[in-house]
Ligand binder design. Sequence first.
Ligand code: GRF
Length: 204
Amino acid sequence: MLASGGGSNFRNLHRHLQESGLKGQIVLLISDRSGSGAADDAEDNGIPVAVIPPKAYPTTANFGEALLSSLQAHSTDLVVLAGYLKKIPVNVVEKYANRILNIHPSLLPAFGGKGMYGLRVHQAVFNAGVHFSGATVHLVNNEYDAGPVLLQQAVNIRDCNSPEEIARRVLAEEHRLFPKALDIMLDHEISIEGSRVKIKENIQ
Ligand code: GRF
């Protein structure tokens, strides 16, 4: 798992895997900075932590190589971005094609893209006056928030009075949606047809 921030999705997925009989295991938490809530929590739970700041590398490709070497050292076969704010380098996207999940706190493709993260998303949703926002789990490609959608859940925000209130409501939904998406990746094969994700037979 890769995380930059508070790590509520990280903690939620960790708990989900423990409660569901460990059909998957978090083998490594990578953060782009030290002192993130997710990294602290991983350490408390005996999960190895690697801090890999992009700025420590002369090129994006070098940064990608550092990520790849950590991922491969821990025999990672699925990469989960849980509030990870840096762009995933092309060499990592290619190596883990259709094996990188991201969660975004809106109904993509609305309110996504470069610079759309955290409260900025919910502020834009609030300003637009829409009645529904939501959460999206998607596969990661080389563009911000643009990969094929795996799961999506709408949230009624008509009575929300602030971006913060929208954020709380959407985050609660993220905590329901992300475990379902993880289960799909652990239990099923998927394929991509055009922009659509097809979920194939159960592989358990
Ligand atoms: C979530 O809203 C997620 O959708 C976005 O970043 C936030 C991370 O929250 N990508 P947390 O650190 O998991 O609490």
